[in-house]
Design a protein around this ligand. Structure first.
Ligand SMILES: C[S@@+](CC[C@H](N)C(=O)[O-])C[C@H]1O[C@@H](n2cnc3c(N)ncnc32)[C@H](O)[C@@H]1O
Length: 500
């Protein structure tokens, strides 16, 4: 294994003293004096020593997997009796930690657990993983399509919260901001009470040379209150209150104060979908040059045009005036449809697809397992509606597009876009105007986390109640008349599960 791989597997980025000092300055303001301090992954001890010097506890207890770091740390503390430093994996020491801290009334849990995910560790054949790690009880398609890719630090912190949250304690950890948010949601979903929670963003490039949103996350469990907000400061250095995260109907809200004045949360009559998914772009996506289609291997594709549709991708929808740059082969009209009809109706397409049979078989996602050859996903009657309102899920802007047909063909969007189906130009204009209103923009900005990889999800969009928006804008009657005529609103369909 490469040295850099080992560093990654163990999330081995030691905290610089200046950052550890800033952490202590914040903890100093909490009016909390711990008689026991615990650091679950203490490295060479920068944070634990700073905390020990600041708070003078009876016990400072650290665990670290790397024996060299333990030796370095022990050399630094030079036999000071208030320290216990153990060499081993935190996954094996959770019970020991619980026992060691039992007799102490006030406990500070502090540190910087590894910022690495189980799949990154798996890709390097590492084994720095807990034995059982399905902590969120992930199920179904969400788990299959990637959400089970969790952060090891998140696991460690959640385990510690499970053990300690009922005690008089404070949690104070550097972690990815997404980890802090996931933990907050878990706390709120589980109705775990605390006095207050705060997030102080850190410049991870400056302190760790890492390109990830990270923060100092503090939860004060010294008093048990039903707290449903978390203070977000502008930075660990300046500490000016920027906004508050909140919790509403099992959803974590990005800007709770703004949400309160733009609350259009509800269920949408219009069903939001992901665009078409095929995971075989070199074969399925084509460019058009004058009269010829060219695939991703640079080959001319001469197949029946009935199966070829114009395609918008996220990058196209990020622009105010998108242009068609790609086309996509659509092999099915609904998920799971038998594809053998292609052989008889579209023999050239059948030959073409079979030439690349292996590329389809080799698709990794389990959604294609036991499905007809050349299957695609997120396809149905809704994909062929004459109008769509679509938005990129990846780009960090709220820009909805009304899209229809070109060259007498319905325009498809790919799986990085979300859309709803409309059945007349008037309906599409109406829905587009609702979605482009300041009311919707305000609501979406209050619930979207722009630092997520895919900030605009169909879960979020399906929780926007356009009826409430039309009531606010005095357009309720028009709304009802369009919903009644639409063939694929929720009244007629089950909601599609998110594919991601
Ligand atoms: C991000 S570094 C932080 C080190 C130290 N807490 C600090 O802030 O300077 C993460 C540390 O966790 C240690 N580590 C990784 N996996 C561990 C495990 N399973 N048990 C204990 N320590 C672990 C690494 O060796 C590394 O020292």
């Amino acid at each position: 294994m490469l040295k850099t791989d080992t560093k990654t597997i163990y999330g081995d980025f030691q905290t610089p003293p200046s950052l550890a000092e800033l952490m202590m300055d914040i903890l100093d303001t909490l009016d909390f004096s711990p008689n026991c301090i615990i650091e679950p992954t203490c490295g060479v001890g920068e944070i634990l020593m700073k905390a020990d010097n600041r708070f003078h506890p009876k016990l400072s207890f650290g665990v670290e997997i790397n024996p060299e770091y333990v030796n370095t740390f022990k050399a630094k503390i030079n036999g000071k009796s208030s320290y216990i430093i153990l060499n081993g994996s935190i996954f094996d020491y959770l019970i020991t930690i619980e026992k060691q801290s039992k007799s102490f009334e006030t406990i500070l849990l502090v540190g910087n657990p590894p910022w690495v995910t189980n799949s990154e560790i798996g890709a390097m054949n590492g084994n720095n993983l807990p034995r059982k790690y399905n902590i969120k009880g992930l199920k179904g398609i969400d788990a299959i399509t990637g959400k089970s890719n969790f952060d090891i630090g998140e696991y460690i912190l959640w385990k510690l919260i499970e053990i300690f949250h009922q005690k008089n304690c404070v949690f104070a950890f550097l972690c990815k901001t997404i980890v802090a948010r996931n933990l907050l949601k878990l706390l709120w979903d589980n109705a775990i009470q605390f006095k207050d929670a705060s997030i102080y963003p850190i410049d991870s490039k400056k302190y760790f040379n890492a390109a990830v949103d990270a923060c100092f996350f503090v939860i004060n469990f010294s008093t048990k209150l039903k707290k449903q907000t978390c203070c977000i400061f502008n930075s660990i250095e300046n500490r000016v209150l920027d906004k508050k995260y909140g919790y509403f109907n099992q959803m974590i809200i990005n800007n709770y104060d703004f949400f309160s004045s733009h609350n259009y949360f509800g269920t949408s009559d219009y069903i939001w979908r992901n665009g078409v998914k095929h995971d075989c772009s070199k074969v399925m996506e084509l460019k058009k040059t004058s009269n010829e289609y060219i695939n991703g291997y640079g080959e001319i594709v001469n197949i029946e045009s009935d199966l070829i549709f114009p395609l918008y991708k996220s990058s196209d929808l990020s622009k105010h005036f998108p242009a068609i740059k790609k086309y996509v082969i659509i092999t099915q009209k609904s998920v799971g449809e038998d594809t053998s009809y292609i052989k008889y109706q579209y023999p050239s397409a059948w030959l073409y697809l079979n030439k690349y049979y292996n590329s389809f078989v080799e698709r990794k996602s389990s959604i294609y397992k036991n499905k007809p050859p050349f299957s695609i996903f997120s396809i149905g009657e809704y994909s062929f509606s004459p109008y769509k309102i679509a938005i990129s899920s990846l780009y960090k802007k709220i820009l909805f597009h009304k899209i229809s047909s070109i060259e007498n063909k319905i325009i498809m969007v790919d799986d990085t876009c979300n859309f709803i189906s409309c059945y007349s130009s008037e309906e599409a204009d109406f829905v587009h105007s609702l979605l482009s209103s300041d009311e919707v923009c305000g609501y979406l900005n209050s619930v979207i986390f722009w630092d997520n990889k895919r900030p605009i999800t169909i879960e979020l969009l399906n929780r926007l109640d356009l009826l409430k928006v039309s009531i606010k804008l005095g357009l309720e009657n028009m709304y009802h008349s369009f919903v009644r005529k639409n063939k694929v609103t929720k009244k007629n369909n089950n909601i599609q599960l998110n594919l991601f």
